[in-house]
Design a protein around this ligand. Structure first.
Ligand SMILES: *Cc1c(COP(=O)(O)O)cnc(C)c1O
Length: 401
């Protein structure tokens, strides 16, 4: 199924998202790639089975490490991110943890940016540290501090998000990668917020990209999945160690199918998410009840110039704080009627949440304060609804505050 026939040219982003790696002629003419609901695979002979196990022969062995639909999904993710190989797993956290458990050992050092998705922050600062790995935290928007920390910590791996969850700080991928490579560290970027439609970290020098495919890649709020994209050797090593026996966090064949379906409309969806977010961000910025807003598409954003340089659009997430802080924010959220109060992001539905009490509750209050996650911060994931309806709902909720 992953065979790429020469009569199906690779083409642009959307063409690859729809066609790459699949030829209906090889699957009874089925337009949609079949779902193989099987846990194990028959060997033609004992000898072939042995060769498969030794990795001397290409093929499928057991569903924990690979399934045909998963393999197709992995090829598509790799081509969309501009990487050699991909690995699809059961969740974004599985992608990050399987990679870390594979690459790191006791005595190694890691440096992370101070603003990460709450559970990623917990994995690094509360998880890895229990196993003899030293984790340092730095502000990756401050390149002098980054250089100093890299020089002192001598990390094996560096990890960050850009735009970062939840406050949409942007990090200069090329600059941080240059500094990391000078000290011999691998660079892993969580590209969940931008998606490969808007930003491809591997093309900017990063070594590995991880995703919560639960978000924009799936795009419909109906699955949990994750992905790693990078060079073939590292990705296969994460499959053979991180996935096969360190986590066992396999993606299901049905989830792979849903993700392949989601990817077909990724480019279209991200364009609409971005256009609507831009409109709402401009509206919020002008509103007298807004104290502070972060959206990289606003010319007033300190990250606007960097966003124009390393992204081809500004994405669907907006972060802001109301005058009156947390209490006003809660009243605003409770007044919304179309916009839905829920965590997660990248869905067709517009979602609103309060990071300090929800996605970033893994940070202590002191850590949140130091790391720029204000207690009044509200995160809006702008969906695909009719933009005027979103504007009306947000304006009526602001009126009520
Ligand atoms: C949601 C999220 C994750 C975790 O992904 P899951 O699929 O929920 O495990 C990791 N990183 C970022 C930036 C996220 O938003």
């Amino acid at each position: 199924m992953t065979e790429n026939r020469p009569n199906r040219p690779d083409g642009g982003f959307a063409t690859r998202a729809i066609h790459h790696g699949y030829d209906p002629a090889l699957e009874h003419g089925a337009l949609t790639p079949p779902v193989f609901l099987t846990s194990t695979y028959a060997f033609e002979s004992a000898e072939i089975g042995q060769q498969l196990f030794r990795g001397e022969r290409e093929g499928y062995v057991y569903g924990r490490t690979r399934n045909p639909g998963q393999a197709l999904l992995e090829d598509r993710l790799a081509t969309l991110e501009g990487g050699e190989a991909g690995l699809a797993v059961a969740s974004g956290m599985a992608a990050i943890s399987a990679t870390l458990w594979t690459l790191l050992e006791a005595g190694d050092a890691v440096v992370i940016d101070h603003t990460l998705y709450g559970n990623s922050f917990a994995l690094f600062t509360k998880g890895l540290t229990r196993f003899g790995i030293k984790v340092s935290v730095a502000d990756f928007t401050d390149l002098d501090a980054v250089e100093r920390t890299f020089r002192e910590a001598r990390p094996k791996l560096v990890h960050f998000e850009t735009p970062a969850n939840p406050n949409l700080r942007l990090i200069d991928i090329e600059a941080v990668t240059r500094l990391a490579h000078e000290t011999g560290a691998l660079v892993m970027v969580d590209n969940t917020f931008a998606t490969p439609v808007l930003q491809r970290p591997l093309e900017l020098g990063a070594d590995l990209v991880v995703h919560s495919a639960t978000k924009f890649l799936g795009g419909h709020g109906d699955l949990i999945a994750g992905a790693l994209i990078g060079d073939k050797q590292t990705v296969e090593s994460v499959r053979q160690h991180g996935l096969r026996y360190l986590t066992g966090a396999t993606i299901s064949p049905i989830t792979s199918f849903l993700l392949l379906r989601g990817l077909k409309t990724l480019e279209l969806r991200v364009a609409r998410h971005s256009a609507s977010a831009q409109t709402l961000a401009e509206l919020l910025e002008r509103h007298p009840k807004i104290r502070w807003i972060s959206y990289p598409g606003l010319p007033s954003s300190p990250f606007h110039a960097l966003a124009k340089r390393q992204m081809s659009g500004f994405g669907g997430l907006v972060a802001f704080e109301l005058d009156g802080g947390l209490e006003a924010g809660k009243r605003f959220m409770n007044r919304l009627s179309l916009v839905t109060r829920a965590v997660s992001l990248g869905d067709a539905e517009t979602l609103v949440q309060h990071p300090a009490s929800m996605t970033h509750a893994a940070y202590s209050a002191e850590e949140r304060r130091r790391h720029g996650i204000g207690d009044g911060l509200i995160r809006l994931s702008v969906g695909l609804e009719t933009p005027d309806d979103l504007r009306d709902d947000i304006l009526q909720a602001l009126e009520a505050v």
